[in-house]
Design a protein around this ligand. Structure first.
Ligand SMILES: Nc1nc2c(ncn2[C@@H]2O[C@H](COP(=O)(O)OP(=O)(O)O)[C@@H](O)[C@H]2O)c(=O)[nH]1
Ligand SMILES: [Mg+2]
Ligand SMILES: [Zn+2]
Length: 349
């Protein structure tokens, strides 16, 4: 009999899944408690118990985390991550994206039902990231270097389809190539969001070494053909006088249209080339399926509230108004079959 193991989407370890003990989330205690199974429970009662039950990941490193009891049967998780230089806006973009998912945009516009993969970690992410940025218009603190972090995850399901786990990782800056757990991440990643920082387009290097480094690692391990890419020109609010970037940023359509996706990709590609930023388009040329996007995580730049220059006090004085942040994720879901339709099949080809 083959070993029954699954990939934990949170710590990225292989874990054995052999009739594990059940837990349930107890809202009053705000924690997981063991879920006893009555010895005389019938199959229907068992099925009902399992529906809400959780299994604790046996990996002792890091925070304890729990997966849906149905996880063992739900197939390999989709693992997505953000790549880009420090300061390119990965954390803000991911936060705006998760906010959009959390308020139900994937279901409303694309018919994809979503629920949290891990209740406690999801609540933590809302409290530490989504609340301060979207609710408080605060600049989020820089991600500590040297880490590949599980940010949040969802179970996603199309009508009548089986649920699929999706895990999102916030990768800390330029040192992905030097971090030990980056290897574990790159060994299983399915889709990458490459974040282009327009502020670097004027710099002398006109490149982002993280893009090339990740592509080179994936090529070396033979995984490049399996990984899809969404290249995002983030902070596009800074480019509001630059056609066609500005035109795309103002569009507010939320449908999965391969024609439109191709036009946006072609425009962004041409824009990056016109700025001499060829290295930034590498993922488009090298990954089998890829799209290019325009987005703004926050809608405007942050301003310093005090004149003391305290980093902690920076805020978005005009409020936070994310633009087109969900599309890169929608494209990855389409390119990886979690969003399946005749339109989705033509995204990123
Ligand atoms: N104008 C503008 N600034 C942004 C946007 N997204 C992020 N920033 C700024 O970029 C800086 C770095 O963002 P962060 O998400 O921490 O970058 P990371 O290091 O790639 O995770 C922050 O100070 C933000 O204020 C955006 O969409 N527009
Ligand atoms: Mg960050
Ligand atoms: Zn785990």
């Amino acid at each position: 009999m083959p070993d029954s193991w699954v990939l934990c989407p949170i710590c990225l370890q292989r874990i054995t899944w052999d009739d594990p003990p059940l837990y349930r989330y107890d809202a009053a205690r705000d924690d997981y408690v063991e879920q006893p199974v009555p010895p005389d429970a019938g199959p229907e009662q068992l099925a009902r118990l399992r529906l809400a039950a959780r299994v604790r990941c046996p990996n002792q490193r890091g925070e304890p985390h729990h997966l849906p009891a149905s996880y063992g049967g739900s197939g390999r998780p989709l693992v997505f991550g953000l790549v880009g230089a420090r300061g390119s806006g990965k954390t803000h973009l991911l936060t705006a994206m998760i906010n959009a998912v959390d308020r139900g945009d994937l279901y409303r516009h694309y018919g994809l039902a979503c629920w949290p993969l891990e209740v406690l970690l999801h609540q933590e992410y809302l409290r530490d990231n989504v609340g301060p940025l979207i609710g408080g218009a605060c600049v989020l603190p820089p991600t500590p270097p040297g880490r590949v972090m599980f940010a949040d995850g969802f179970m996603v399901a199309q009508e009548h389809g089986p649920p699929r786990p999706v895990a999102l990782f916030d990768v800390a800056g330029d040192d992905l190539t030097r971090v030990a757990d980056a290897t574990a991440f790159l060994d299983v990643v399915d889709g990458l969001i490459f974040v282009v920082d327009p502020l670097r387009l004027d710099g002398p290097a006109r490149r982002d070494s993280t893009f090339g480094a990740v592509l080179d690692l994936l090529r070396a391990s033979g995984r490049l053909p399996e990984v899809s890419a969404a290249v995002v020109v983030n902070k596009a609010d800074l480019l509001r006088f630059e056609d066609p970037v500005a035109l795309w940023l103002r569009r507010d359509t939320a449908t999965l249209d391969p024609e439109e996706s191709l036009r946006e990709s072609a425009d962004v590609y041409a824009y990056l080339h016109s700025r001499g930023a060829h290295a930034w388009t590498r993922p488009y040329g090298e990954c089998t399926r890829a799209t290019l996007h325009v987005a703004s995580a926050t809608g405007s730049s942050a301003t310093q509230e005090t004149d003391a220059g305290d980093a902690g006090d920076a805020r978005f004085a005009q409020g936070v108004h994310p633009r087109r942040v969900l599309r890169p994720l929608v494209s990855l879901l389409a390119m990886n079959g979690a969003l399946a339709s005749s339109e989705a099949a033509r995204i990123g080809i």
